[in-house]
Ligand binder design. Structure first.
Ligand code: APR
Length: 245
């Protein structure tokens, strides 16, 4: 990462674990207690829109109460150390933006936005969800259909514009720092294999071995909030030395 000009930071739920938010597939993860087909699929929403809406409202409250951790802050610091940093995240919590990163691609959307469940085009998908107190899904002010969180559910396509930007960033970057993902969900994870096939340097930060570990050039075993700040501090020290040099 020392002579990197264009860096992609690819993150998953482990990035926010040190902010108190659960991952998905760890033993105590989100999917251990909630069936994804009931809470994170169009069919689940059709069956029980009220239950799904309340579940995301509760997750959104947790995410608003959480704070960026030292790992998020270190990644935001990279914006000041390198000329071109893009965060490509699978997370919907908005913590990278709150930490200060300027360029964040949200592959799976955001819990802080909502949209018309019929995509009537009246309610732009970038509409921040109003402060939610009611238990019922809001109705689209343009067509009257139910609204839903602007997140990507299982079986749904990723937002085309975000996907295309992510593919470009992977193609032009010098290196990818991969933090806190199991690397099992597609098509997000395929971006990492794209990077590998294009001989980009891959550095992984994760307390456990993952599918990504097999293609990473460097695997740093540890927590995001501990390893990433050390990595960024080392980069900063090397840059200072080069300047002094
Ligand atoms: N720091 C860094 N990584 C951690 C930490 C930590 N403190 N704690 C756990 N991890 C790692 C786990 O070892 C695991 O490899 O975070 C990873 C979390 O993996 P998943 O739970 O599978 O989450 P993620 O990879 O983000 O899942 C991708 O799946 O369900 C969908 O849409 C959901 O965006 C999500 C996608």
């Amino acid at each position: 990462m020392l002579d990197v000009q264009r860096l992609v930071v690819f993150t998953g739920a482990g990035m926010s674990k040190d902010s108190g938010l659960d991952t998905f597939r760890d033993a105590d993860g989100v999917w251990a207690n909630n069936a994804p087909q009931d809470y994170a699929s169009p069919e689940g929403f059709r069956r029980n829109p009220r239950t799904v809406w309340q579940w995301y409202t509760q997750r959104r409250r947790q995410m608003l109460e959480a704070n960026p951790n030292a790992g998020h802050r270190a990644i935001a610091k990279l914006d000041t150390l390198l000329p071109h940093v893009t965060v490509i995240t699978q997370n919907i919590d908005g913590l990278h933006q709150r930490a200060g990163n300027q360029r964040v691609l949200e592959l799976h959307g955001s819990v802080h936005r909502y949209k018309c469940s019929k995509n009537c085009r009246g309610l732009p998908t970038l509409t921040p969800v109003p402060e939610l107190t009611q238990e019922e899904p809001l109705l689209c002010p343009y067509c009257g259909a139910l609204t839903r969180p602007d997140v990507v559910w299982f079986g749904e396509m990723l937002p085309a514009d975000v996907w295309e930007s992510a593919v470009v960033e992977i193609a032009v970057c010098d290196a990818v720092l991969v933090v806190g993902t199991s690397g099992v969900v597609e098509p997000a994870a395929s971006l990492l294999w794209r990077a590998k096939n294009r001989r980009k340097s891959l550095v992984e930060v994760n307390p456990e071995p993952t599918l990504v570990s097999s293609i990473a050039d460097v695997v740093l075993q540890g927590k995001a909030a501990e390893v990433v700040p050390t990595l960024v501090a080392t980069l900063e020290a090397n840059q200072a030395e080069d300047r002094g040099g």
